[in-house]
Design a protein around this ligand. Structure first.
Ligand SMILES: Nc1ncnc2c1ncn2[C@@H]1O[C@H](COP(=O)(O)OP(=O)(O)O)[C@@H](O)[C@H]1O
Ligand SMILES: [Mg+2]
Length: 280
């Protein structure tokens, strides 16, 4: 089952469309979830907050609209709706417990207008067991390419596997992008750095990762893309020509940390295509 969180915003509608498309590709049912957050009202923190009855009604309307959108775009999808009282991120975590993926919009109804990423999206991406896909409101043409970001940590393997699966389901090519930087000390004159050897090892790293998975996905055409660049910048640039960008939740840098890795955070904010964050 695929779970999609809705709040009636434009981005959450885009998330519903993306989720419905993926439900068709994966041949799984879709559940549309709306969390009714009445905590503000209960603790009286927001005297101007709408009363719970209004929130429940608005939530039901958002669910009805989302369901109608699925029936119109993907009539073959088995779709259900669910309204639950609670904090959105908590409700979505419970609902996504056994899901194949959770889909949310990059923005919601709240937040401030300049924000690139909403608070719910920040709290769910990279923090759930299942992959979390964050979808932007803007419509974009299909490009026939999935991009996966890989680093030199084993943590990126589940992300690469998810990217292979998505590429196969879509009949798309898979660009496996590894961006690397020379350590600063490499520029010191006394550092005898064999640049050719460093480059070769970066390429090897990518080919080894690809080889480990391409047996399972023989139909997928893989483009190995090794760049001497900043990872978040290289991935954001590649996202321009991609239908989906897949990253791991943590890289080398944030090992063992509860926080989302800096590259994942960077692309969630700046990539123009949907971004899937996959936990190790
Ligand atoms: N109450 C909710 N119930 C279910 N999903 C929600 C809810 N609020 C937000 N979402 C999901 O999270 C996405 C991002 O919204 P959010 O992070 O709240 O942004 P903002 O801070 O701009 O309101 C939405 O597009 C929607 O997919
Ligand atoms: Mg919100």
């Amino acid at each position: 089952m695929i779970i999609v969180g809705v709040d009636g915003s434009v981005a959450s509608r885009a998330a519903v469309e993306w989720a419905a498309g993926d439900a068709v590709r994966k041949r799984v049912p879709l559940r549309i979830v709306h969390a009714v957050d009445t905590s503000w009202y209960q603790v009286g923190r927001r005297p101007d907050a709408a009363p719970p009855g209004t929130l429940l009604r608005e939530g039901r309307r958002a669910l009805r609209e989302a369901e109608a959108l699925v029936r119109e775009r993907q009539p073959s999808v088995e779709v259900t709706t669910l309204e639950v009282e609670g904090e959105p991120a908590v409700v979505l975590r419970e609902q996504a417990e056994d899901a194949v993926e959770l889909v949310v919009g990059s923005r919601g109804l709240g937040g401030f207008s300049g924000a690139l990423l909403g608070s719910v999206s920040v709290h769910v991406a990279g923090h759930f067991r299942c992959p979390v896909v964050v979808v932007r409101a803007e419509r974009r043409p299909a490009h026939g390419e999935v991009v996966a970001g890989v680093d030199d940590s084993p943590e990126c393997e589940p992300a690469l596997a998810y990217a292979f699966e998505q590429a196969e389901l879509r009949g798309a090519a898979l660009r496996v992008l590894h961006a690397w930087r020379l350590p600063v000390h490499a520029f010191a004159p006394e550092a005898a750095y064999d640049l050719a050897e460093v480059r070769a090892s970066q390429h090897r790293l990518v080919s080894d990762r690809v080889k480990a998975l391409s047996h399972d996905y023989p139909q997928v055409i893989v483009i190995e893309d090794v760049q001497c660049a900043l990872p978040a910048e290289a991935l954001t640039a590649a996202a321009e020509r991609a239908d989906l960008l897949v990253v791991g939740s943590h890289g080398r840098g944030a090992l063992g940390s509860a926080l989302l890795g800096s590259v994942s955070r960077g692309v969630l904010h700046h990539a123009s295509c949907p971004v899937a964050v996959v936990c190790a």
